[in-house]
Every structure is written in C-alpha cells, then in structure tokens.
Design a protein around this ligand. Structure first.
Ligand SMILES: [Fe+2]
Ligand SMILES: [Fe+2]
Length: 198
C-alpha cells in the first residue's frame, strides 16, 4: 500500500514537472519571437545585413512555439498568465539591444539562446522514459537552437570589459523575464530536473 502511495506521489510530481517544462519552453519561445521581431524592426533601418538571419530565426521560433503550445493540453499545462512580462519586456530587450548595433543584437541572441538551451539536456534526460513524445519534440528543435546560438557567438567579436558586462546584464534580464513570465516555474522546473539527475 505504502509502495503504491509513493509511486502515485512520484507520478503526480513527474506530471507537474512535465507541465512546467512545456510552460517554461513555450514562454522561452514566445519571448524569443518578441525579441527577434523587435530586432528586425531596428535592423531594417540600421543593420539590414542582419535581417535575413534574424528572420530565419524568427520563423524557427514561431514553429517551436506552436509545437509547445500544441503539446500543452494533453499535459494539463497552460501558457503563463503573466506572459505580458515577456511580451513587453522581450520586445524592449530586443529593441534596445538592436539600437546598440550588431554586437548588441548578437550578444542578446547569444544570451537568450543560452538561457533556452541551459536546461535542454536535463529536460531530455528527465523526459526520455517519462514522456518520449515531448522528448522527441525537444530533440527535433535542438539542432536549430544550437545553430542560433552558434550563429550569434560566431559574430561576437568584442571582448572588452564593457561588452562582457553588457552580455551578463542581458543574460540576467533574460533569466529575470523568464522567471517572471513563468511565475517562478522556471526555477521549480530546474530544481526538479537537478534533483532527478542526482
Ligand atoms: Fe526556439
Ligand atoms: Fe532559438
């Protein structure tokens, strides 16, 4: 009986973590859409050579966002209720960093993509046996996400202290926006994944 209870509790906990994974990933993709949209608006004026790559990334993020949105109902997950943090915050983050120039754009892209990828491997490890369908979705987008990150990192030339501070600030702003837009679920998800990998 006790065994059944423990097993049942574990199943409920796993289902909650899976719902969080979908919610956090969906929020991340949604934020990326907003950031790249704003960066494209600025780039059309000042840095047109960046537009093709950003447009391609934007299309990828739109597709990823739909994949996670479609995966939600079956996992009793819903988009975050406070997505406006991401919506406005993400747009301004993209807009302001794009005004700084190409290096601002790629620093922001690298920081955002790194935040999205940070938990990807842990998520796969957790989901492989528990939700192979969701694991397959994440696996199917992983190569594109890595390509986004590489594209941005390859274009980052400045190594100055001011630039490193800027990158760290963008990274912090991204984590903060994800935390707010998921109402802390990003931290709870990371904690559950960490506990599982021990
Ligand atoms: Fe994505
Ligand atoms: Fe991406």
């Amino acid at each position: 009986m006790l065994q059944v209870d423990i097993q049942g509790e574990k199943t409920v906990r796993d289902a909650l973590t899976i719902a969080r994974i979908v919610r956090v990933n969906h929020a991340g993709e949604f934020g990326a859409i907003r950031i790249y949209s704003a960066q494209i608006v600025v780039s059309r004026w000042f840095w047109p050579d960046c537009v093709p790559a950003l447009s391609e990334m934007l299309e990828d993020e739109r597709r990823h966002c739909i994949l996670f949105r479609d995966a939600m109902p079956a996992r009793k997950s819903r988009p975050c209720r406070v997505m406006q943090f991401w919506s406005y915050g993400g747009w301004w983050l993209g807009f302001l960093t794009a005004l700084l120039g190409r290096q601002g754009i790629w620093a922001c892209t690298a920081a955002v993509e790194a935040a999205v990828h940070r938990h990807l491997d842990d998520q796969l490890h957790f989901l492989n046996a528990r939700d192979p369908e969701l694991a397959a979705i994440i696996l199917s987008i992983r190569d594109e996400e890595i390509a986004h990150l590489r594209h941005a990192e390859d274009r980052l030339v400045s190594r100055s202290v001011a630039f490193r501070v800027l990158k760290a600030a963008i990274s912090m702003a991204t984590d903060c926006l994800i935390w707010l837009s998921t109402w802390g679920d990003s931290t709870r998800m990371a904690r559950a994944l960490k506990a599982d990998s021990r």
